[in-house]
Write a protein that binds this ligand. Structure first.
Ligand code: MCN
Length: 784
């Protein structure tokens, strides 16, 4: 292993440009003749669009056009699609209403676009948008699943009677009922998973440029998957054929899932650029981001767990209602089904599971995958249940978990997933040691002496990421394959360019992917550049989400690298008149084992390109590509332990200790992995303590700014204590499991379990604000 190879804590290469202000983001793109878009958005959660009068706006300075949803329809621009078909338990396909990029007739959430103003400057567009007069006829709104399923609820889409998108189920109903009928104990809970807003640092942005000379369009956009964007824009939205559309996702300042989707704004900017024959830029402001970025979570569940007399789990029965918002976003249908219910076995042997999931339309922002997507909801449900069960049985929560752990692998759960490898006792042991579990009663007593309530809470999470075998996801209804591609291009003097279909928007791929090349060739990472995010450079790729870039993206690079290395070895053996099997690659040199013969990699590369002395029949050049389709998900798992102290007078919770013991298989760069866990923990603890949307009954988002939506700040978080145990993932060549989402998945139940332990009151919803915690301590009704 070299100094910059696998396992090294190499400092992130890309950070130089990020921290010196040299990043190149979509909003930095400036084109000659560029115009600016501002959207006219609905102030109502549900209304008919009666008329749109743009005469006054069109007369304002700098205004070039005002375009409406009716014109989109006239130009046959397609409605937004949902790319994963889910069938209800009666076999019927999910029931979806049309999702136009600008509403021609009906608006269904506050913030939905009805028109766009194109003007010479951003402020001219904004001013003119205020002069567009839209007449609405207000309709009643429903913002919660309870309101949308009520008998007198307004009907959102004629295609989905009763506002039900699907009524899906998984598992064995009869076996689960039998398990419950023979149970010695049944634990029941109503569990809500609060709705979140993703809040990447960089808001969404799009620059669209129609080139009439080539009849081609270029889109710069804040995307996690530019190739999928191009595919969908071409195949479904009638924007331009693939070869006439280039999508570039340059530096992207965070996504957390919210930039996977193709949103109305990109579609409209592309279409409008062709119409006005000028480049157009749109950049979201923060309130627009709250109102239009896909939200996350929002589940309401009833869960019951059956145990035998010895406290072994017999069965789990769950009914979950998922709030989808007003329209079905790109991957929304898969989140509460294949990414949630398939993880309901957790780390435990649960012989029978039956889960029903009802997807429901409401007059709120569409909901889709947000860091963890489905897996935080499954973990929260199971880990709140386990802690609650232990409390009801008077058992140590650690002992109850251990008693029920899965200990032999591969393990087939009753809900599709086959876990390939893991050691849940090892991560639990590491966490217990780090937190000093035995010392907790003394710490609690010391806190009490200081007037503080101290509590401890556990979460033993599992997640499935690195999605996933294309054949498997295809059989479950996915509209795309989930493989990844890579190309390794060696230049004539031995520097290396890696073209990847993954997209880094904060995960450090420019460093970790280069470490892989450094490991293989022994060259420094400054000799390697990672090329991503441009459909004209990288042939195709599926992008970054579901913590797949390590397990899937890097596996494609390994495959391409195998081919490059095989050819380079042949060339080196030929040049040094040695047997191919005797070539050893070390420190950037190709050596003949047992001799002093050697040559630098740069000379092998040069020989490949001069072609003067290659083995007979060999093609010149050194460039290879590969596609890699995963054989399974990867299953990172671990134990998180949270210790809190609560001030009973104010209800304020302080996280005083947080231990994370994770198993991510082989780690390429432990420092980057730790950074990923830190970020995930901040988001998970944010969900548990601070973050949550509030809608008024008539559908106004009350938390549409940082004044009202509380993001975690550094002083809300402790210094995290991170540990790792390792079982290699047998499914990919590097043995990697994804690490990008684990922190957000595992942490919320640990925090709520700690708070409920401290206050001796098990009923607590997220976010556990000081007001709620104070009310629980003092036996008052909580003010939401
Ligand atoms: N890695 C490693 N060893 C492992 C696993 C991963 O060194 N055993 C490295 C990888 O090489 C990569 C990083 O850790 O540099 C994250 O890898 P991985 O877990 O494969 O996740 P992805 O790169 O696919 O990133 C997606 C993941 C997801 S799904 C969300 S959401 C998320 C996250 O990453 N969004 C992020 N982390 C984020 N971090 C930032 N800064 N911004 C976001 O938007």
């Amino acid at each position: 292993m070299g100094m910059e190879g696998i396992g090294q804590r190499v400092v992130r290469k890309e950070d130089k440009r990020f921290i010196t202000g040299k990043g190149k983001y979509t909003d930095d793109v400036k084109l000659v003749g560029m115009t600016h878009a501002h959207f006219v958005r609905s102030p109502h959660a549900h209304a008919k669009v009666v008329s749109i009068d743009s005469a006054a706006a069109l007369a304002m300075p700098g205004v070039i056009a005002v375009l409406t949803g009716a014109e989109l329809v006239a130009d046959r621009i397609g409605n937004l699609i949902c790319g994963w078909m889910v069938h209800s338990k009666d076999g019927s396909p999910m029931k979806m209403g049309a999702y136009p990029a600008m509403a021609p007739e009906t608006v269904r959430y506050v913030g939905q676009a009805v028109a766009v103003v194109i003007a010479e400057t951003k402020n001219q567009a904004r001013d003119a948008a205020e002069a567009v007069t839209v007449e609405y006829e207000e309709l009643p709104a429903a913002t919660t699943v309870a309101a949308a399923l009520a008998s007198d609820a307004p009907q959102l889409h004629p295609e989905a009677p009763g506002n039900r998108v699907y009524e899906w189920s998984i598992g064995d109903k009869a076996a689960t009922e039998t398990a419950f009928s023979g149970a010695a104990h049944v634990v029941s809970m109503d569990i809500t998973n609060n709705r979140l807003v993703p809040n990447p640092m960089e808001p969404r942005s799009a620059v669209a440029n129609y080139d009439s000379g080539d009849d081609a369009l270029t889109l710069w956009t804040t995307s996690q998957n530019p190739h999928v964007a191009r595919l969908v824009l071409s195949a479904f939205y009638n924007i331009a054929p693939e070869h006439k559309l280039r999508v570039i996702a340059p530096d992207v300042g965070g996504g957390f899932g919210s930039k996977i989707y193709i949103y109305p704004e990109e579609i409209v900017c592309l279409w409008a650029s062709r119409k006005v024959n000028r480049p157009i830029k749109w950049t979201s402001d923060r309130t627009e981001a709250f109102l239009t970025d896909a939200h996350g979570r929002d589940h309401v569940s009833k869960a019951e767990m059956a145990f035998d007399a010895d406290h072994k789990i017999l069965g789990l029965r769950v009914h979950t209602y998922a709030n989808f918002g007003a329209y079905m976003s790109l991957f929304s249908s898969s989140v509460p089904t294949y990414l949630y219910a398939t993880l309901l076995s957790g780390q435990y042997v649960i012989p029978a599971i039956y889960a029903e999931v009802d997807g429901v339309y409401t007059n709120t922002v569409p909901v889709d995958a947000y860091r963890g997507a489905g897996r935080p909801e499954a973990t929260y449900l199971l880990e709140r249940m386990m802690e609650t069960a232990a409390r009801q049985f008077g058992l140590d929560p650690v002992d109850l978990r251990r008693k029920n752990f899965i200990t032999s692998f591969p393990y087939q759960t009753p809900v599709i997933m086959t876990y390939d490898a893991g050691d849940y006792n090892a991560s639990l042991d590491a966490a217990l040691k780090a937190i000093d579990y035995a010392g907790f009663p003394a710490r609690k007593a010391a806190a009490a002496a200081r007037g503080k309530l101290r509590g401890i809470g556990f979460s033993c999470y599992i997640e499935a990421c690195g999605i996933a075998p294309s054949k498997a996801v295809g059989s479950l209804g996915a509209g795309v394959g989930l493989w990844e591609s890579a190309e390794v291009r060696v230049n004539p003097v031995g520097t290396v360019e890696v073209l990847t279909g993954s997209h880094s928007h904060g995960q450090g791929h420019e460093t970790t992917f280069a470490q892989l090349i450094s490991e293989r060739l022994g060259i420094g990472i400054d000799q390697v550049s990672i090329v991503h995010g441009d459909t004209d450079k990288v042939q195709f790729g599926m992008g970054t989400y579901g913590s797949r870039s390590g397990a899937v993206g890097m596996s494609a690079i390994v495959k391409a690298m195998d081919k490059v290395e095989a050819k380079a070895r042949k060339i080196a053996a030929h040049l040094m008149e040695a047997a191919e099997g005797d070539i050893v690659i070390e420190g950037g040199e190709f050596k003949v084992a047992g001799t002093d013969k050697k040559m630098p990699f740069a000379l092998v590369a040069l020989a490949a390109y001069t072609g003067h002395n290659l083995p007979d029949g060999m093609e010149p050049g050194l460039k290879e590509g590969a596609f890699y389709d995963p054989t399974n998900f990867t299953f990172p798992a671990g134990t998180y332990v949270c210790e809190v102290e609560i001030d009973a007078d104010t209800g304020k919770t302080e996280v005083v200790n947080f231990v994370a013991a994770d198993d991510f298989g082989r780690m390429i760069n432990p420092m980057i992995v730790e950074g990923q866990v830190h970020g995930g923990l901040a988001q998970g603890i944010g969900q548990a303590l601070l973050e949550g949307t509030v809608y008024s009954d008539d559908g106004q988002l009350m938390t549409a700014s940082y004044m009202d939506y509380c993001m975690p700040r550094a002083d809300d978080l402790p210094s995290f204590d991170l540990h790792h145990t390792t079982t290699l993932c047998p499914g990919n060549p590097l043995g990697i499991k994804g690490c990008g989402e684990a922190g957000a998945i595992g942490s919320p139940p640990a925090v709520i379990n700690a708070i409920t332990d401290a206050i001796g009151h098990n009923d607590m919803s997220m976010p556990a604000t000081p007001a709620k915690v104070w009310a629980a301590i003092h036996g008052r009704a909580a003010a939401e």
